[in-house]
Design a protein around this ligand. Sequence first.
Ligand code: ADP
Length: 393
Amino acid sequence: MINAGSSSLKYSLFAETHDKRLERRTDGGIEGIGSDKPFFIAFDDDKYQIDEYHWDKATSLDELLAFLIEWIEKFLAPDHLSAVGHRMLHGGTLYDEPILVTPEVLENLRKLIPLAPLHQPRILTVIDTLAARYPGLCQIVCFDTSFHKTNPYIAKLYGLPQSLTDKGLLRFGFHGLSFEYVSMELKHIDMHAAMGRTIIAHLGSGASMCAMIGGKSVASTMGFSALDGLVMGTRCGQLDPGVILYLLQHEGMNAKELETLLYQESGLLGVSGISNDVRDLMKSDAPSAKTALELFVYRVVRETGSLAAACGGLDSFVFTAGIGERSPEIRAAVCEQLDWLGLELDERANQLGELKISKDTSPVSIWILPTYEELMIARHGARLSAECEAHQP
Ligand code: ADP
């Protein structure tokens, strides 16, 4: 699968085993796209680094992509590639399922560019390049919005005029591939937790939370764009729309400047003035670093109350992604402020990063489940590649 982010181009190569499981063979990618020092790094199936390459000047996406494809060709003959899965941020109102790329789908995906202008064009460039190089290659797109298609209509609605709602100005929600993977894992581990009222907190550099009943999403903290909800590494999270009006009318900002402010200069970075990385803020003695972390936790706690209301109570709470999986301090601070809701943390299990970190007496079970969006995409790819073969002449 290929994950074309705003500054990175990551790949993971999976192979199907005899018993139809998918095993990772290699992964890695190019980071720092757009900077003057992009670099490539690759790992084997044991996560050992097997290759790296550094550029000493800014390099175009086309050139970097050609490099990546050639590297993958060296690793695996291209005719062995049965399908390539792509992660796509936004399916809009057009797509709520992973789908095979056809000329008609491509045409529609281009129409969705305004919904995610930073991400969507890159992914389309990658799809076009692969299609030109390997005509007939099965390509699949998986949408981060799909998992939330089960949200009730009321949960999707903004208080805007119907004419704008009809144009697709709705709450969509994101990180769907992560939520889908984690909810499937939870089913293997504890069916009771998975089939009850569950909140998954995906706390990475992008962060959002999803409320589920019986494994189906009923509400999420992100909305029309990936800006809403929690305070993130560099994104602001929930914001009074009046702030935007003020910045437009009284601070002389234009749309592009607002986009940079809200996506890249806000969040933990903006509040602390130090870093977007929780690890740096933990190490810092600066009061602004402490404030940024307190705000991060406060927003998780506030949103938990809101999501618990959306599912009428809570049976289990799952931490995932970089911060959720690796920061016992943030998990402890969140759980401490949610004891009123029935989250009783087992401090030792939390420090050790165990799978289940709630006390046996806790009314709400608490879990740490590593996310694996790449595997989720590969699974969709493997499933749909059979359909693709059926379409081949
Ligand atoms: P992405 O959204 O880029 O996939 P990740 O899920 O990998 O992000 O999360 C990245 C973030 O996780 C980092 O910015 C950092 O804040 C946080 N993080 C990673 N490791 C740790 C750690 N050991 N302790 C606290 N935070 C961590």
